[in-house]
Design a protein around this ligand. Structure first.
Ligand code: GDP
Length: 372
């Protein structure tokens, strides 16, 4: 077979003996876009002044609220300057909501639960904002809470405002932004704030320091009800909801409820003066959703009466003052070019056993203090 033969086999229409259908040259495909369409660039949203932001937020304007949150989340100095001014002016109008933290391992049903409870509250004329602390993994750049289509029913409620979690950043940074978003949402008139986080690590401590009630969503029927979640997180909980109490899982959920109740009685009495309650619920079947809310309301009433509610909020404000100082000091220290250089040098020396870690640390600190 000559090279020409093979070409003819592939395209027999090119051969002179070919009598079949002829192939015409193709028709030029029409452009996807209408070439006559005159697309005007959408004008950039007008920059707002601090007062315009504050006025808009206090009037409950969602677009302006969203823009203010975006500004507060930005790392640009010029954005931060405006954002901090806006937050400061909103502060006197904030603080009047019930802040509920919701945590649980991935798959516990947090989104489904928030969808159910949130819709229930909105129908009961509450105004609800849902925020999230989700420090995305630096490695995957992925977000655990943000990617799914979530809270479909709630997102249709006009009384609900759902804000996806801030993009990747350090836990401290993301948590601070969430706390600032709480202030802005409260000033915009939201009376209930949910802060969601994944119950797998550090973010609970940050969340605990910004909410009034910490709800742990647990699962039954996994055989390791008490081991599945870290003891520290259990100790922070003001209430536990055993979710997925439906279908074949009802008995297991009730058993888990008793186990949790017994375990909680072994813990020292929380500072609030109230032993956490444990309820079973099904976010899917909307069973006992209002029971969970009653648990929150009872806790708020109890702690308001005994003064713990206000005490905790004051403690939290102090905590965030120190957190902010710590964050700035650390940034100032580690972003100093001379210090960065000296740190690399000291790391090498420590690795080579030429100097102890302690002495190396003091050499760097001395250099820093001498400079400022
Ligand atoms: P998250 O990762 O904690 O936010 O959990 P999701 O809300 O995404 O729920 C994880 C899975 O559990 C989904 O497939 C839900 O449909 C399911 N789920 C959530 N709540 C319930 C429930 O009350 N009962 C049952 N049977 N399934 C549920």
């Amino acid at each position: 077979m000559t090279p020409n033969d093979s070409k003819d086999m592939e395209h027999p229409e090119n051969s002179e003996e070919y009598k079949g259908l002829a192939v015409n040259s193709g028709v030029k495909e029409a452009p996807i876009m209408n070439p006559y369409l005159n697309i005007k660039k959408r004008p950039k949203a007008k920059e707002l002044s601090v007062d315009e932001y504050v006025e808009g937020i206090l009037a409950g304007n969602r677009t302006i609220l969203s823009r203010a949150i975006t500004l507060a989340e930005s790392n640009l100095t010029e954005h931060q300057e405006i954002a901090q001014n806006v937050i400061e002016k909103c502060l006197p109008h904030a603080g009047k909501s019930i802040r509920v933290g919701i945590t649980g391992v991935p798959g516990a049903g947090k989104s489904t639960f928030i969808d159910a409870l949130g819709t229930y509250l909105c129908k009961d004329s509450h105004k609800l904002a849902v925020l999230a602390i989700d420090p995305s993994s630096e490695k995957t750049k992925g977000s655990i809470l943000g990617d799914k289509t979530r809270m479909e029913e709630l997102s249709l409620e006009k009384n609900a405002f759902i804000r996806p979690s801030p993009s990747a950043g350090s836990l401290g940074g993301v948590a601070r932004k969430t706390r600032e978003s709480i202030v802005l949402c409260e000033a915009a008139g939201f009376d209930t704030i949910f802060v969601e986080t994944v119950g797998v690590g550090q973010s609970e401590t940050a969340m605990h320091s910004m909410v009034d009630f910490f709800l742990l969503i647990q699962l039954a029927g996994t055989g390791d009800e008490l081991q599945g979640i870290k003891r520290g997180i259990m100790e922070m909980a003001d209430g536990i909801a055993i979710n997925k109490c439906d279908g074949n899982n009802i008995e297991k959920a009730q058993l888990a409820q008793r186990q949790f109740q017994n375990a909680l009685h072994l813990f020292p009495m929380p500072e609030s003066g109230q032993t956490p309650s444990v309820v079973t619920c099904s976010a899917y079947e909307k069973f006992h959703i209002e029971e969970v809310w009653k648990m929150v309301e009872n806790y708020v009433a109890f702690t308001t009466k005994n003064g713990y509610f206000e005490y905790k909020r004051n403690q939290q404000s102090k905590y965030w003052m120190y957190e902010t100082i710590n964050e700035h000091l650390k940034n100032h220290f580690y972003h100093n070019t001379e210090i960065e250089k000296l740190l690399t040098e000291m790391e090498d020396k420590v690795n080579r056993n030429e100097i102890t870690s302690f002495v190396a640390a003091w050499k760097v600190l001395d250099k820093y203090f001498e400079k400022i």
